[in-house]
Design a protein around this ligand. Sequence first.
Ligand SMILES: [Zn+2]
Length: 478
Amino acid sequence: MPEPNPPILLRNGLLATYTSDDSLLSTPTARRVDVLVENNRIAAIKEPNTIVAEGALVIDCSNKWIAPGFVDTHRHVWMSVVDNQEDWTLSEYLAKFFWTTTGIATPEDVYIGELAGCLQALHGGTTTVVDHFHCANSPEHIAKAIQATAESGIRSMLCMARQSFPTSIEPLEFSNDVEVSKMQMDIFRKLASKDHGRLTEDGRVTLGLAYDVQGYDPEEDRRVLSFARELNIKPITLHYVGGFHGRGTGKKARSWWEAGLLKDDCILAHGNDLVHNDCDPMEWEILRKTGASIASTPENELGMGHGNPITYEAVRRGVKVGLGIDCSSILSTEMFPAMHFALQWERGHQYNNIKAASAFRLATLGGAEAAHVASDLGSIEVGKLADILLYDATSVNLASCSDPFRGIVIHATAEDVEWVIVNGEVVKKEGKLVRKEWSQVAKELKCRAAKIREQLSKYDLDERYNAIVRQFGLPVAN
Ligand SMILES: [Zn+2]
C-alpha cells in the first residue's frame, strides 16, 4: 500500500455542505467548524478550535470556506488536447471530431490530453469525474489514459468506451467493429479482474464502461451490458440526447428498460428530449423507478444545440441528477459555469425563484448520487472520503459575499479555489497544483495539439460534415 498522507486539520473554517438529511431544494446554513482528515477519510467535525491532532498539517481556515469537491458526472477528459471546437454544433462535433479526430489521436496525445484534463478539473475544484473515455482505440491508448489519470491525483470513474472508429464516412460504416470489440473487451476483462476494477492501488481510479453510439442492436446491447455487470464494471454511462442532432440515442432509456437492461448503475448524459413537446412521459418514470441517473451538462447542451437542459425537471420528478461540463475543448473546464447555466436557465424559463444553493447541491451531493457513489462522496460528513475544497473567502471575487453557498455558485471561479484535497492528499496548495508543474504540461499539450491540427489539415472536415448531414437528414445551423 502507498504511504498514508499525514492528518490534515482544517481549523475554524466556514463549512458549506449538503448532507443526506437536507432535501433537494432546501438551503442549509453554513457553520464554523474544525474538520479533521485522517488517512483518506473525514475523521471528525467539531466546534471551532476544539480538535487537537498531533503531527497534523494544520490549515488556518478563519478566512476560508470549506466545501466538498465537485463531482463532474459527464466529461471526456482527454479532449483537452484538441481545439478549434468552440463554435461547433453537435452534428459538427460528430462529423469533424468524433468520427475523424478520435481515429488519428495517438496514445501520447491521449496521455497529455488526459493529464491536462484531469489537472484542469482539479484546478477548478472538481475532485471526482465520470470520464467517458471515447478514444480506447488500442491497448496503448487505454494504458496511457489510466497512467495519466493516476498521475494527476484526481478521483476518476474511468469509463472505457466500447466503440470503434468508422472505416467509411459515406456511407457511415464500422467494418472492423468485431475485431475492435474483441480487443476492447479482452482488455476490459483483464482490468476488471486484476483488482476488482481498481486501476490504482488506493482505489482512486476505477474502471467503468461507456457504451452508446454503436449500441443500436438489442442483442449487442445485451451482450455488452451483461459482460460489464458480470465483471462488476460500473458505472455504465451513455449518451442520451434525442432532438434533431441525436435522435439515435433519444429513446435509449425506454429500449434498455424494455430489454431489462436499465439499472441503478447507469448514467445517461443529457436527456434533453425529455422536455420536448413530444417527450415520452414513461421515460421519466422508468428513470425514477430503476434508479438510473441523468448527467446534465447545460452549458454544452445549450451551446451545441442538444435542446433545453432538464436539470431541475429531473429534480422535480425525483430522478437522480448531477452536472457535468462534457468537453473542455468546447466549454469551460470548470463546474462553475455548469451551475450558472442550470440555475439561470431554470429561473429564466420557469420564472421561479429557485435558490442558488440548489445548484451547489447539484454539483456536489447531487453529482455523487447521480454517479451512484453518494455513500462515500459529495458532502463533508464524518466517515466520507476526504475530497475537500478550501475557498479564499477574502479573494477579489468572494470578499463581499458572506454566504458560501451563494458565493460558490454565483461568484467563484477556479482562481478562488485555493486548496484541493483528494482522498486525504493535498493536490492544489495555495492556488498551485502540487503533483505536476503546469508549465511543463502546457508545453507538451501545445505541441501535441499542433500535431493533431496538422494531421487534421489533410482532411476536408466540411465535406465530412456534409456527408453526415446528407445521410441522416440533419438540419444545418443558420
Ligand atoms: Zn459527451
